[in-house]
Design a protein around this ligand. Sequence first.
Ligand code: RAM
Length: 337
Amino acid sequence: MKKVLSAIGVAALVATAFVVAPAQAATKLKIAHIPKLGTIGYFQAAQVGVERACKELKATCAYKGPTEITAAAQVKEINAAVQAGYNVLIIAANDKDALVPALKAAMKKKVTVVTYDSDVAPAGRSVFINQASSEGIGQALAKSASDLAGGTGDIAILSTTPDATNQNVWIDFMKKELAAKYPNVKVVATAYGLDKPEESTTETQGLIQKYPTIKAIVAPTSVGIVAAAKYVSGSASKGKVFVTGLGLPNDMKTYIKDGSGAQASLWDVENFGYVAVQVANSIRNGKQKVTVGSVVKSGKTDKGLKSRTVTQGAVGNEIILGPATVFTKANVDGFNF
Ligand code: RAM
């Protein structure tokens, strides 16, 4: 009897192990990284971090950069990636709502979706990895613009696309901050350079011609800021119109130092890509909860924080990468990206 019982016990154990094992086994990640536009240096820098994390996790990863900076182009990439068997999508969204149906369909097929850099509505993803506090970025942009304008006068904004979630959130926070703390600084126009160098240059030139009173151009875009700074530096506006915003230190070094008086800040873009992959892995393979208040441990070689807490962001639940770095004449040569 004893023997029979233990045999049953063993059989039960084996059966349980058999049932539980497949659910617990880590799925091999097949990651598609879909940036706003393939050619943007900023996203190519993030891809370096994506690949670092992929190597660490023995995952497969591919950079699926669209050739147009539109939601429609991203929907095509999403559908193609799901079709090709990718089980994780890491996306910087060109639109808050337009990607949601395709992302919902992907999630229905058990694809893990994480947004980073630029969010979609919460129904389309599990969590958003934000580069820094959106409010903090907006406040910093407002302060920098006001400093450059001497606390009073006209300024203009050079953004990316009119629907970009991240730029729109930052611009909203910036305008709120201007109204609250710098009421003499007036935003007279917002132009869109579509995160493309030529368009951004043309828009900068247009702003200066159309609004000759502007003292500063705020470009919360890595492509727009360098186009604007380069244009101003080579024009009669050098020393009269000042450029500020978010830009890669390697792009902005010259204009921070050449007497153009440009200002710029950004975050560790490479580590940003790394963190996005690690979070996706924790959700998919570690049963990580990403509701507000959850604590998410990062990977072994995170260059920033060891863990991060999920908070409520402008769009939904988000994880913040860390504080942004302000580049100055004194520190900018210490960065290489
Ligand atoms: C561009 C993109 C990106 C933004 C940076 C600052 O590269 O628009 O979304 O985060 O600028």
